[in-house]
Design a protein around this ligand. Structure first.
Ligand SMILES: [Zn+2]
Ligand SMILES: [Zn+2]
Length: 323
């Protein structure tokens, strides 16, 4: 058993650590499902090469291999990482699992992929999505006036009505939109007017450039309680009998590909009237849609689903944002 002599724990441990930090770089080529417990592929590649290759693992790991004729079986394959790795180094593979979903996932992940056909179908899908919903994913740049730029992220905050004055309460746990890591400064949302402000030093956050209110980092929502900004009454949330909390669009991150390099860091904005009209339009289209792919079933009790019940959700379709 060369597996016991050639396996190199420090080498594999360092590779597996890197892999677990950026898992998307090492997924099966056809990732049909985010399997519940995806083990590091590096580990199984290391085990396979220790057994089948004559070289030291540190040399064989980064070479290509073809172990045609070697057969690897996994009687409890789950998400199939060992088989996928064995398949990558040219082994024949056999897998079993009592769970039919595991069988479907592994079979499709190992299936031969026609790259040209795949690219063609992917382009059709992109074109179709662009035609149907592309207009809902555009925004105008307030800095340059450029129109219809692609949106990267929509940022939402949970909201509820105040128990005392029924005014709207945004349940912000904090007002930080972005740290100064991939952006030159911190970005804070103003608690009073919702404007986004760039802040160099979080200890001296200065005043909002739009309404002159003092900017703060910590939000009012904490441990399922939130004070109303209008009357000060503290309300509890969530309340199961009131149903799910609503969401309000409070910021947008977008891209400006034509001016790449002109701005340092990321592009954020407070949604303008056009953006809010797009949200309303998304809601209108969502109402009209025959929701073929959205599960409408009741959420049954269970370890994980009880949490959804506490947040007022009773049906799975309530978990979907209109957009
Ligand atoms: Zn303000
Ligand atoms: Zn109030």
């Amino acid at each position: 058993m060369t597996i016991e002599r050639r396996f190199d724990i420090p080498l594999i441990a360092s590779l597996a650590l890197k892999e677990k930090q950026i898992q998307q770089n090492y997924r099966p080529i056809i990732a049909v499902h985010k399997w519940f417990a995806r083990r590091p592929g590096t580990l199984f590649r290391g085990l396979l090469l220790s057994e089948f290759s004559d070289k030291k693992l540190v040399d064989s790991y980064f070479s290509s291999h073809d172990f045609a004729g070697r057969r690897v079986a996994d009687p409890f394959m789950g998400g199939g990482t060992p088989l996928i790795e064995a398949n990558r180094v040219g082994c024949d593979v056999i897998g079993f699992d009592i769970n039919p979903m595991a069988t479907w996932i592994v079979r499709d992940e190992i299936e031969h992929l026609d790259h040209d056909l795949y690219r063609q179908q992917a382009q059709l899908l992109v074109k179709d999505l662009e035609e149907k919903v592309g207009d809902l994913y555009r925004t105008d740049c307030p800095k340059t006036g450029d129109k219809d730029l692609p949106v990267k992220y929509f940022l939402w905050v949970k909201t509820k009505s105040c128990e005392a004055c029924s005014g709207p309460v945004d349940l912000f746990p904090g007002y930080m939109v972005a740290e100064n890591k991939r952006h030159p400064e911190h970005v804070l949302v103003c608690s009073q007017c919702g404007e986004l402000n760039e802040v160099r030093n979080l200890n001296e956050p200065h005043q909002c450039t739009s309404c002159a209110a003092e900017l703060v980092v910590n939000g009012p929502a904490k441990r399922n309680r939130c004070a109303c900004p209008h009357c000060g009454t503290v309300s509890k949330y969530p309340i199961e009998s009131e149903g799910p909390l609503k969401h309000r669009l409070f910021a947008i991150e977008y891209a400006n590909p034509a001016r790449k390099g002109q701005f340092k860091g990321r592009l954020f904005k407070k949604p303008d009237a056009k953006d809010l009209a797009r949200v309303a339009e998304a809601e209108r289209r969502w109402e009209q849609l025959a929701k073929t792919f959205v599960p409408r079933e009741e959420i049954l009790p269970g370890d994980e689903s009880d949490r959804l019940h506490r947040w007022g959700y009773t049906q799975y379709d309530e978990l979907f944002n209109s957009r």
